[in-house]
Design a protein around this ligand. Structure first.
Ligand code: ZN
Ligand code: ZN
Length: 360
């Protein structure tokens, strides 16, 4: 029996949703499941606007089902816990990132790599195990199995910390996995947006020497003075690109527009790693010799597992890492999306959900 978003579950919920490929968000009344034995229900306080949200509301990846309520950088306060919940209580500050489910039994899940589980359930816009759609954090409250809920560190700000749940873990995880987390490591970061600016902060906190690559010279000051990067290179400047040949241990490439990677491979030392976390539309062009001569690696990385996301939040709290944000009310969200499309934000919008999304 087909049911409407409003009536498929017992608990009324309210948020903002896109209804077609225009991507324009407007109020939506829907519903969420009752709190199960291992579930946590929480009131959403803040939710970051990730570039994925923009792709998703416009169906640019081709699998959006409307209506879609985006948001996977969600911070809130617990209002109800199921009878078998072990790690949380009412009043706790919590976060939910990009995942709200996985099979919990495959090899990836058993190794705390839920982000690579074939049966992972994204926080919004996909069918959950019960067949109903998931709805993200541009909404008044969330419900999730406690396994996918993060403890919010006491001294980590709720608003500027929220983007870490996607942008933070997306950059922290490859820095760790590819051994770029050692003091003195020479790390490049390509692109200075939502992901890139957090990548710089993470790498600096690990003690790396950080070089920012951007095609926008105006970002030099932001990179060096604002984010404490050690070097800045306009990647269109062939001379400067040549000058860094063979010097970097690893590069985190956050750019999702099509761009050449050959100059980046040149910048790597032997055994250097180029890690992609942005997803350009077109396939990459890689000359075999640019990898063979130096045993170089081109890799990809997607967010992080739940255990590692917790570790990242605790690391961020310890080192005072947050995102640079612009807090907005929900009625500004469509303008924010337009500005995000033009990279006109330093560097992340965060929606003040608690004060602006309220059921009428
Ligand atoms: Zn994201
Ligand atoms: Zn699994």
């Amino acid at each position: 029996m087909a049911t409407s978003p409003e009536s498929e579950h017992p608990i009324k919920a309210y948020g903002y949703a896109a209804r077609d490929t225009s991507g324009i968000l407007s109020p939506l009344t829907f519903s969420r499941r009752a709190t199960g034995e291992t579930d946590i229900r929480f009131k959403v306080l803040y939710c970051g606007i990730c570039h994925s949200d923009l792709h998703f509301v416009k169906n640019e990846w081709g699998f959006t089902k409307y209506p879609v309520t985006p948001g996977h950088e969600i911070v809130g306060v617990v209002t109800e816990v199921g009878s078998k919940v072990e790690n949380f209580k009412i009043g706790d500050k919590v976060g939910v990132g990009c995942l709200v489910g996985s099979c919990r039994s495959c090899q990836s899940c058993a190794s705390d790599y839920e982000q690579y589980c074939e049966k992972q359930v994204l926080t919004y816009g996909v069918p959950n195990f019960d067949g109903t759609q998931t709805y993200g954090g541009y909404s008044d409250h969330m419900v999730s199995d406690e396994h996918f809920v993060l403890r919010w560190p006491e001294n980590l700000p709720l608003d500027s910390g929220a983007p870490l749940l996607c942008a933070g873990i997306t950059t922290y995880s490859p820095l760790k996995y590819f051994g770029l987390d050692k003091p003195g490591t020479k790390v490049g970061v390509v692109g200075l947006g939502g992901l890139g600016h957090v990548a710089v902060k993470m790498a600096k906190a690990f003690g790396a020497e950080v070089t920012v690559f951007s095609t926008t010279s105006a970002k030099e000051k932001e990179a060096i003075e604002g984010l404490n990067a050690d070097h800045f290179i306009n990647s269109k400047d062939e001379q400067k690109m040549e000058a860094v040949r063979g010097t970097l241990d690893g590069i985190i490439d956050t750019v999702s527009a099509n761009h050449p990677i050959a100059p980046l491979l040149n910048a790597l030392t032997p055994h250097g790693k180029l890690v992609l976390v942005g997803a350009p539309e077109k396939p990459l062009e890689v000359a075999s010799f640019s990898l063979i001569m130096g045993r170089k690696l081109v890799a990809g990385s997607n967010i992080g597992g739940i255990k590692e996301t917790q570790e990242m939040l605790d690391f961020a709290a310890k080192h005072g890492i947050t995102a640079d944000i612009e807090v907005i009310p929900i009625d500004y969200v469509n303008t924010a999306m337009e500005r995000l499309l033009k990279s006109d934000v330093r560097y992340r919008f965060v929606i003040d959900v608690a004060n602006s999304i309220k059921a009428e």
